[in-house]
Design a protein around this ligand. Sequence first.
Ligand code: NAD
Length: 433
Amino acid sequence: MNISIIGSGYVGLVTGACFAELGNRVICADNDIKKIAHLKKGIIPIYEPGLEELVAHNVKKKRLRFSSSIKDAVKNSEIIFIAVGTPALENGEADLTGIENVARNIAMNMTSYRLIVEKSTVPVETGEWLKRTISTYIKRKIEFDVASNPEFLREGQAINDFMHPDRIVIGVESKRAKEVLTNLYKPLNAPIVTTNIKSAELIKHACNAFLANKISFINAISRICDKVGADVKEVADGMGLDKRIGASFLNAGVGYGGSCFPKDVDAFIKISEKLGYDFALLKAVKNINEEQKDFILKKLKDILWIVKDKTIGVLGLSFKPNTDDIRNAPSLDLINALQTEGAKIKVYDPQAMEKAKGILRQVRFCQDPYEVCRGSDCLLIVTEWDEFKELDFAKVKKLLKRPFIVDGRNIYEPQKLKKQGFTYIGIGRKGYE
Ligand code: NAD
């Protein structure tokens, strides 16, 4: 099939490369001219394992190309996926200006039937607006369909998630759209959930809200664990073995971040409000997440007393491992709060430092975890990269000014570190500290 993807970011590029790998002819388009120029030269603007190779392979096979012209994309493909960003406005609502802009552009360049698919995460009823906008700006009477096909890939394992999804959700309103999308996804051999457009839009928001809910729930439990000397990891293990609950997303820590959960939770609260429903549960999820950062800061102060003029060594900037994405990363808020109190920051992240250099000021970026430790008053773990799990602790102890570790992701065994002479502070693990 001839497909175009408008918006060549984390989702658009992965989607485009994977559809090409499945044998389709794909155009990845974007209005960021520099990004497209880089992509044409084989430079991938993001770090995503396996993506560079997949893109190169499909470009070589002439199944994938890049374009900064939406006209080109619309003209040369029957299916058009919209994968532009839908960031949060200041009031928490989703900013849909990118979606609207693309919809107008598609309408003005359409010459025959097109299937326009929402891939971006959008509030329920965006599909209605899409249809209305395209009908308004279309030049003459041309048939088209709108569909919703939310994306569930996770950064860091995006290609595998795309190629082996738990399910594919397609929200459609015509037989034709259903057939086209079902055929397109057939090679993946995954269960396809077919709904109407509004249900599909809601499935995505409901999933992200539910996962954020699990994280905030276990973080709330970690607070109680700290008070009574229980271990949240043991509690989570005991809960997770219950098939009705499941073990995933039950890791207590610094709270959720990234480009999806915070904005999608906000957008879901806002759209519910607009529809006349006060989603109090989600508001609590958001509050617990915010408080979790204060909880970490309090832990630092519990061992350092005064933070001013102390050096805090931070391990991890990306919002989760195996990505360079620092959008809404908890690391940024924590570093900001520590700097506001006068702390000096040394930091290392395997992939996210380039992006962070554009945002963080007066931070010392280090070559490796040991350089971070040298002369720091405390080590703070913010992202659970594998390489932080296997440190040489004898060396870490020698390099740190004081053997203090605040483990914001519970990646270490408290008793092991205690034996090695560290003061170890985890999240909800007081019983073992
Ligand atoms: P991104 O910021 O990495 O990429 C968006 C791209 O769209 C950018 O390259 C930008 O230049 C381009 N763009 C913006 N406006 C445009 C316009 N008018 N015309 C053409 N291009 C335009 O964002 P992302 O992380 O890929 O997310 C895209 C959407 O997918 C969002 O709605 C997000 O919530 C959703 N999503 C993201 C993930 C994820 O893990 N990142 C997972 C599932 C769903």
